[in-house]
Design a binder for this molecule. Structure first.
Ligand code: ADP
Ligand code: MG
Length: 352
């Protein structure tokens, strides 16, 4: 379309009436086709202007959101000029999971809304069977093969540690062994998910444990990490070790995205329904295409990445009845927002 317009623009002085009419007809056919597409496509589309005002929305957007578009946009609070993606669960008009994506364009922002209820339910099934079966069997085999010698190594190192005065080098070895077991466990977790063992607690606990474990990693690279607790933090139902995995994955990605001396800010707050944790880094950021495919398995931009971290993370959060959203800008940084339902809360109509 762009090329077509530019072509017509360049030659418009030279076009005679007949050619102009032809081009006009072609254009109006295309516009009618596009308009029909816009009106009938099952994906909801909303155009926002630079100030965030609604310019245009299609019937699918209205049908999927189930409430007034303006109210929905207000409660979704889509940031302008950034690529974002997140899932929300709604209960009206029917219970379903919507994927909300936003893409910045010259004249504003386009918001896409897709019903992904069936797809999300299917993902796990597909992971269990289908194409990943071979990977799973291989991983399980490898994990088993590596697990035993790792255990032996760890035991022997601990024995050695008892008989040594200066154990700093042995500690380092133990750390590395633990890291390796961690990787293997992560892999197995990805392929054989276990349901969370929920108990009442505060989200600050797993975050603090993670920060303690990762302290050296941050210090080595001069990365400033802040943890800000806004007000009293309400209780949530959580599986502490799974949540540690969530924050480990998110913090590790942030660590890998920032330059030496960069910063990572963690905020915990709450609203009527949820406890909200945001992890903001001032690292590499991502483009719209990366954001769109985030949370999908095996999508990695790293030489030694697995592309499994965020998939596991998203699944654990969903198993906790929560949601995860991302907001990113290339070269500026990335913010992940994790919402977990408060134990005592009001009924939610729309949660982001
Ligand atoms: P991995 O870290 O093994 O690549 P993940 O699932 O953890 O797998 O992340 C997938 C991809 O998402 C990463 O390769 C990276 O491109 C992108 N990503 C995740 N978190 C961030 C972040 N904080 N900043 C920039 N890019 C990120
Ligand atoms: Mg990762």
């Amino acid at each position: 379309m762009k090329d077509f317009f530019n072509g017509v623009r360049r030659h418009i002085g030279k076009l005679d009436a007949k050619l102009l009419r032809e081009q006009y007809e072609r254009l109006s056919d295309e516009l009618v086709a596009l308009d029909t597409l816009f009106e009938t496509i099952s994906i909801g589309i909303i155009f926002l202007n630079e100030q965030g005002g609604i310019v245009k929305s299609n019937p699918a957007a209205r049908e999927l959101l189930g409430i007034d578009i303006k109210d929905a946009m207000e409660s979704l609070a889509i940031p302008l000029g950034k690529s974002t993606k997140r899932d929300i669960d709604i209960s009206y008009p029917i219970e379903r999971t919507l994927e909300i994506k936003s893409v910045p364009v010259d004249s504003g922002t386009i918001v896409y809304i897709d019903d992904v209820t069936a797809e999300r339910a299917r993902t796990e099934e597909e992971l269990r069977v289908g194409a990943t079966r071979a990977v799973r069997d291989l991983a399980a085999g490898v994990a088993h093969e590596i697990g035993n010698p790792l255990n032996a190594l760890s035991l022997n190192l601990q024995l050695l540690k008892r008989s040594t005065k200066d154990s700093s080098e042995i500690d380092e070895c133990l750390n590395q062994v633990e890291r390796l077991s961690g990787i293997i466990q992560g892999f197995l977790q990805a392929l054989r998910p276990s349901k969370p063992n929920l108990s009442r607690g505060t989200i600050a606990d797993p975050i603090k444990s993670c920060l303690a474990t990762m302290k050296n990693l941050f210090e080595e690279r001069g990365i400033l990490v802040s943890l800000d607790l806004v007000g009293a933090i309400p209780s949530v139902a959580l599986d502490k070790s799974q949540m540690e995995q969530v924050f480990f994955n998110l913090l590790k990605n942030a660590l890998e995205a920032v330059k030496d001396g960069g910063s990572i800010d963690i905020d915990i707050s709450s609203d009527d329904n949820d406890v909200i944790t945001t992890i903001r880094d001032n690292g590499l950021g991502m483009n719209a295409e990366q954001v769109t495919h985030l949370f999908e398995p095996y999508k990695t931009s790293k030489e030694h990445g697995t592309g499994l971290g965020l998939m596991i993370t998203a699944r654990i959060i969903r198993d906790h009845g929560g949601s995860i959203a991302v907001e990113s800008q290339l070269g500026e940084g990335t913010t992940f927002t994790v919402r977990l339902p408060r134990i005592e809360r009001r009924i939610r109509a729309l949660k982001g």
